[in-house]
Ligand binder design. Structure first.
Ligand code: GLY
Length: 321
């Protein structure tokens, strides 16, 4: 288990208008990331955090920053999101994603979507250009076309690594079943980001291909507001990762955000949430958090969770796995 706050590396901005320290924290999924894939995961989260941070520094809001960071990981075939996502029992990519801003508790979410690289952009369009919070399947794709979100051939999201994982899984796993390491051997994870901007607004985003060999139509925690992510300017924002069935049972992201108080900071809130995941559901995963002052915390009970954060005053992201 690993904890950090990042406070020591950051210098607080002295400008009086600032309500919070601009910061972004991203993760690339909590699982037993194979030795040979770890460097790519660390490089990917490093670049994603920089992309998001640049957005914050050039006047973008927290929600702009988390979208940008997650889009970067969706386009990077290293991760189980967008291009590079795991395959379901029929050998297809089916994506879930969500985005939420703590400014007005607005959220958008999509599930079981094929043929879109940036599912998080589609989730944002649901939030901003539809009267709803969540769209799924063909309806979500129809909305993507209407909203001008770029669509693609579903097969173009499949990479050789995942074709091989799928072929191996088909031989050794039953559809919908956990792998031999209880879900840890396959990237049943998510990519995610949380951010706080100088105005003290917080946001969270998630995107995932879900669980390897999942049943067609299975929806994980990632697009579920409260489970995969949550954001409330009064407290903070969180993004969860890991095998979704346990995360959903404890509504992990909302639980963690609600536990933020003057005396419980993001590190402790993250630790408590993962403790509940493990003790109540035997679940494995991780969570990243930011509070509305820009303090961060994260933890995981899996062998790895690639992560990176950068705050105002830092010269480069702090990266780990
Ligand atoms: N956390 C991703 C999923 O279980 O679908």
């Amino acid at each position: 288990m690993c904890l950090a706050t990042g406070r020591s590396e950051a210098t607080m901005d002295k400008t009086s208008k600032r309500k919070a320290r601009p910061v972004i924290l991203v993760h690339g999924g909590a699982w037993a990331t194979p030795e040979g894939e770890r460097e790519d995961h660390q490089k990917g989260v490093h670049r994603a955090s920089l992309n998001g941070f640049e957005t914050l520094l050039t006047g973008g809001s927290a929600v702009d920053a988390v979208q940008k960071a997650v889009e970067h990981m969706e386009a990077d075939p290293t991760f189980n999101a967008g291009r590079g996502a795991v395959l379901n029992t029929h050998g297809n990519v089916q994506l879930d994603a969500a985005i939420m801003t703590g400014d007005g508790l607005r959220a958008g979410s999509v599930a079981c979507v094929s043929g879109v690289l940036h599912a998080v952009a589609l989730a944002r369009a649901v939030m901003e250009s539809s009267p709803h919070v969540m769209l799924v399947g063909d309806g979500a794709l129809e909305f993507a076309r209407e909203a001008g979100i770029e669509t693609c051939e579903p097969g173009s999201l499949i990479v050789d690594r995942e074709r091989e994982r799928y072929a191996h899984a088909k031989r050794f796993m039953k559809p919908g079943q956990l792998d031999q390491l209880g879900g840890l051997a396959s990237p049943a994870d998510t990519v995610g980001a949380v951010a706080c901007d100088a105005d003290g607004h917080v946001a969270a985003a998630t995107s995932t291909g879900g669980a390897l060999l999942k049943l067609a139509g299975r929806v994980g925690d990632s697009p579920l507001i409260g489970s995969g992510l949550y954001a409330d300017d009064r407290r903070g924002a969180a993004s969860s990762t890991g095998y979704g069935e346990g995360i959903m049972s404890i509504v992990m992201a909302h639980r963690a955000v609600e536990s933020l108080t003057k005396s419980v900071g993001p590190s402790e809130a993250a630790q408590q949430a993962v403790h509940v995941l493990e003790s109540r559901t035997q679940g494995r995963g991780g969570i990243i958090l930011v509070d509305s002052k820009g303090e961060i915390g994260f933890t995981f009970n899996t062998p790895c969770m690639a992560h990176a954060y950068i705050a105002e005053g830092m010269t480069k992201p702090d990266v780990g796995i």
